[in-house]
Write a protein that binds this ligand. Structure first.
Ligand code: TXA
Ligand code: MG
Length: 323
């Protein structure tokens, strides 16, 4: 795809594709790649210019830090200090849809822009086979936020990446649709384990592993979460969203869940994993069908447990008034 004169290469999920992606990343270029949650927009996390390029391509505010992706727990341990609970979670759930926010190790090689000046760093070991092969071939940490323009819906297919960032990034490694479909669950430890973002790993599983309940994200006096990046409006489609809809009003398209009549169903059988995997693509499709701005989408209630917490978080933010 071309925009602004630079073509974005679409790389196949094979050895030459991975080699090309790694070579571009080594040269300081931006390459989107699939993870099991959503596509990430990768850059060498040690290269300040490359990392700044991520913020520019996404139009992301500089105060919003990035997740650093590594291939192994050992590589992660070189970048941050792991309290016992974090080590336990990493051993139980990495590789997988879990991000840990930890105190940054002194003298780590990370570019300052990655952490937006914070003393902490967000780390994740992804499970997607292509992400793993790319990390191995690149052999270094990759900073990678979701590969979408800031504030828009996260991409779960290479076509979504190209639609949002085509012409602004060097390449996208095409791994087909993402299996989990919503972003990783983020856990912080400052000072007690806290759920900074519900996501692709059910918070209940994290709590069982830690043997304690997770604290919620602290909110300021206006009710806004104080963790960076937890802006109310996010994942915004053009159309307006009405949540917990039990009927379809005139002029609305209905996004369903469970056995019901609707325009598009996240999971007719009421399966939350299936619903998460389909969520962002479904929002994109309905948004297009509704005609974007001015259009209206109603969304059926989703149970607020397990992956449903992550789904409802994304839906609430997609429905929030625009920044
Ligand atoms: O599944 C995912 O997590 C995907 C894939 C690509 O790994 N990535 C992703 O990145 O969702 P992004 O940038 O869209 O969301 C990362 C979130 C942001 O809300 C950011 O504020 C938060 O992680 N974050 C990053 N570093 C942090 C830190 N040091 N402290 C608190 N929050 C942090
Ligand atoms: Mg994002």
């Amino acid at each position: 795809m071309k925009r602004g004169g630079t073509a974005t290469e679409r790389l196949a999920a094979d050895e030459p594709g991975i080699a090309r992606a790694a070579a571009l990343l080594r040269a300081g270029r931006l390459v989107a790649f699939p993870t099991e949650t959503v596509y990430g927009l990768g850059a060498d996390a040690r290269d300040q210019t490359a990392v700044r390029g991520i913020f520019a391509a996404k139009n992301r505010p500089a105060f919003n830090p990035l997740i650093v992706h590594v291939g192994t727990l050992e590589e992660a341990a070189a970048l941050a200090r792991f309290p016992p609970g974090a080590l336990r979670l990493a051993r139980a759930f990495w590789p997988g849809p879990l991000t840990l926010v930890l105190p940054r190790a002194a003298g780590s090689a990370l570019a300052p822009a990655v952490t937006a000046g914070l003393p902490s760093v967000a780390l994740r070991v992804p499970e997607h086979p292509l992400a793993r092969r790319l990390l191995k071939r690149f052999s270094g940490p990759l900073a990678a936020p979701s590969a979408n323009p800031s504030g828009r819906i996260s991409p779960t297919r290479a076509e979504h990446v190209l639609a949002g960032l085509g012409g602004r990034i060097a390449a996208v490694l095409d791994g087909g649709p993402c299996a989990v479909g919503i972003e990783s669950t983020i856990i912080g430890f400052d000072p007690v384990p806290a759920l900074l973002r519900p996501g692709g790993l059910p918070a209940e599983a994290v709590e069982r592993c830690l043997g304690r309940t997770l604290a919620a994200v602290p909110k300021d006096h206006a009710g806004t979460p104080t963790a960076p990046g937890q802006l109310a409006s996010h994942y915004a489609p053009g159309a307006a969203l009405r949540l917990n809809a039990t009927d379809r009003r005139p002029g609305e398209l209905l996004l369903g869940f469970g056995a019901m009549e609707c325009d598009l169903n996240l999971s007719p059988g009421g399966d939350l994993a299936e619903a998460a995997a389909r969520l962002f693509d479904a929002l994109r499709r309905l948004d297009e069908q509704a005609g974007g701005r001015g259009g209206r989408i109603a969304v059926a209630p989703i149970p607020d447990r397990g992956l449903g917490r992550g789904i409802n978080d994304r839906l609430r933010r997609a429905a929030a008034p625009r920044r």
